[in-house]
Design a protein around this ligand. Structure first.
Ligand code: NDP
Length: 256
């Protein structure tokens, strides 16, 4: 049924070569969307594009370091030309982290996390707005974190960027509803990706994560991708301004 399809839709997914972003690129393509993605590593991007071509997915990509404002602007110019000035879906996925006690962060650490996780996300939203208006409908999905909802020892700068994203989600939902643009955020708990594998490889850490998680395991990228795609479907047309956790029940787990 058309309400469960993204046939004809156009999408930009940031950071699509690995982890959650990669799973979202593939799920969007499976649902019929044309997707553009980006990452910093040129050869990894080229290898990914080749693989997607083999699978008959309509995916294009460009190299972009989102922490640079100029490169984000160039990325959007590319997206504009690839999709003829019309974009339906923005998945703000790329993000990074440096874990330290608050007093040990340098000014460089601060600006690296802020520029990648927050400045670029905000800037991309500004840049996609005219393309979404032009296309008639839009869905923005932010990949936030449960670390933006509760304190989890993820590092206070990362937590601040994700908390800010949760609020931007609500602001844009209200401000851009009149343009038929919806805005939602997904807040995952631990998902098996390159961002956190070094942490999860530590058995003690892994066990401490599992102990807090009612479903007794960490998540897979596909389990985040399914919600991201759902939020873009016509089937989700009355859902906007929400921050939804994909966390195996972690955030509702009290004393047990
Ligand atoms: P990964 O590190 O596995 O993948 C990140 C992707 O983003 C890669 O494709 C990477 O490619 C790209 N990327 C990173 N920095 C930039 C940049 N500056 N410019 C362009 N592309 C970039 O991360 P995850 O899949 O785990 O994380 C995705 C999102 O999910 C992040 O926002 C993260 O905060 C969030 N999240 C993850 C959780 C987890 O447990 N994994 C939990 C909660 C939230 P390249 O390095 O080549 O640029």
């Amino acid at each position: 049924a058309a309400r469960w399809s993204l046939k004809g839709a156009t999408a930009l997914v940031t950071g699509g070569t690995r982890g959650i972003g990669r799973a979202i690129v593939e799920e969007l393509a499976e649902f019929g969307a044309s997707v553009h993605t980006c990452s910093r590593n040129e050869s990894e991007l080229a290898a990914s594009l080749k693989e997607w071509e083999r699978k008959d997915f309509a995916v294009t990509g460009s190299v972009c370091d989102l922490s640079s404002r100029d490169q984000s602007t160039d990325l959007m110019a590319k997206v504009c030309s690839v999709f003829d000035g019309k974009l339906n879906i923005l998945i703000n996925n790329a993000g990074t982290n440096i874990r330290k006690p608050t007093v040990e962060y340098s000014a460089e650490d601060y600006s690296k996390i802020m520029s990648t996780n927050l400045d670029s996300v905000y800037h991309l939203c500004q840049l996609v707005h005219p393309l979404m208006k032009e296309s008639g409908w839009g869905s923005i999905v932010f990949i936030s974190s449960v670390g933006g909802l509760v304190s989890l020892g993820t590092g206070s700068i990362y937590a601040a960027t994700k908390g800010a994203i949760n609020q931007i989600t609500k602001s844009l939902a209200c401000e851009w509803a009149k343009d038929n643009i919806r805005s939602n955020a997904i807040a995952p708990w631990y998902i098996k990706t390159s961002l956190v594998e070094h942490l999860l490889d530590n058995k003690e850490f892994h066990d401490s994560v599992i102990a807090r998680t009612p479903l007794q395991r960490v998540g897979e990228p596909e389990e985040v991708a399914s919600l991201a795609v759902y939020l873009c479907l016509p089937a989700a047309s009355y859902i906007t301004g929400q921050v939804i956790s994909v966390d195996g029940g972690m955030t509702v787990n009290g004393f047990s």
